[in-house]
Design a protein around this ligand. Structure first.
Ligand code: RI2
Length: 321
């Protein structure tokens, strides 16, 4: 479990962060763990892999890319008839997932770049490799673009974003989160990433995204979300809600100050929900879709329909009788 514990710790501490990156890191950790787990006993191998899967999924609750990736990687465990077959399946599925994830970001970049016109000023919030890939690809295609990037309190992911934009040679304005509305009239397009997309097309992304989208809506600026299909949340089909991670208070207010303010409670949700009505389109590797088509992605691309959940329903119904 050493490798898995290490990766899990890095994800928890946000040393590895970003919904796509944590999904690939989890797949890689499962792959390496499968190789390192030498047992020839099928049951022992299965339970070892399931323990590893649980440890990875438990690190951060919101980005659904993480459980989706883990689910994809260990999906062959049940059908395997030997530890060797199970091991091969984990290794193959993990490698395929990582490759397809990287490929998906490239596809999204191509599609997203077409939505950016010469002369556009784009606003992005937080640090999304999928959103940035669209912007950088448009720039590389010779389009003259400028970007407004937010600071992203409290973890300052905006610093990572402006480094990438700067290194690509893109003219960038760095603003505090609360300046978004002041500059919205200068913006042609908002592009953000996603940690999860629910069946009704709502997008869960870094805290502040919904304010950005609301300001854009008011100013009639289109909001585009760049999200790989594995960021769509299958369990929202059965009414499950996405858990919004609440992070430590110390990220917002240092302990020595907090101690002097006994009546003050810090609230630090990491994410918020932007309703489908504020989103013009979601760009996936399967093409650009209106947010209302989220169910089609969950069904056709992730392979989850309501049938997958029938077992859950049967158990619940029996329980109610
Ligand atoms: P990509 C990040 O979460 C941000 O909310 C970002 O918008 C989203 O994941 C998607 O990122 P965090 O890990 O997968 O910074 O597009 O909390 O890189």
């Amino acid at each position: 479990m050493m490798l898995v514990t290490e990766t899990a710790d890095k994800i928890k501490r946000m040393e590895i962060r970003g919904a796509g990156r944590i999904a690939r890191a989890a797949a890689q950790a499962l792959r390496d763990h499968a190789v390192a787990t030498g047992t020839r006993d099928l049951e022992a191998f299965r339970s070892e892999m399931r323990r590893a899967a649980d440890a990875l999924v438990a690190t951060r609750p919101t980005a659904v890319s993480l459980p989706n990736a883990v689910h994809i990687v260990i999906a062959g465990l049940d059908g395997a008839d030997s530890a060797e077959v199970a091991r091969e399946s984990v290794v193959r599925r993990a490698e395929e997932f990582i490759e397809s994830s990287l490929h998906a970001v490239e596809e999204i970049a191509q599609i997203g770049a077409r939505h950016i016109s010469d002369g556009d000023t784009i606003l992005t919030h937080c640090n999304s490799e999928a959103a940035l890939a669209c912007i950088v690809t448009a720039h590389k295609a010779g389009k003259d673009i400028g970007v407004f990037a937010t600071e992203v309190r409290p973890r300052n992911q905006g610093l990572v974003t402006i480094r990438t934009l700067n290194d690509a040679g893109i003219k960038t304005n760095f603003i505090v989160d609360s300046a978004v509305r002041s500059f919205m009239n200068d913006i042609d397009l908002v592009i953000v990433g996603a940690d999860a997309v629910t069946v009704n097309g709502a997008v869960i992304n870094k805290i502040g995204t919904s304010q950005v989208a609301q300001a854009a809506h008011e100013a009639r600026v289109n909001v585009v979300v760049a999200a790989e299909t594995y960021k769509f949340a299958p369990r929202t089909i059965i009414g499950e809600m996405i858990e919004i991670e609440e992070r430590p208070a110390q990220e917002v207010l240092p302990d020595d100050i907090a101690r002097t303010l006994p009546h003050v409670t810090v609230r630090n949700p990491g994410f918020d929900v932007t309703p489908a009505g504020y989103i013009d389109m979601i760009i996936t590797e399967a093409g650009a879709i209106p947010p209302q088509m989220a169910y089609v992605i969950i069904r056709e691309y992730l392979g989850w329909g309501i049938e997958e959940f029938h077992k859950t329903f049967e158990i619940n119904t029996r329980h109610m009788e």
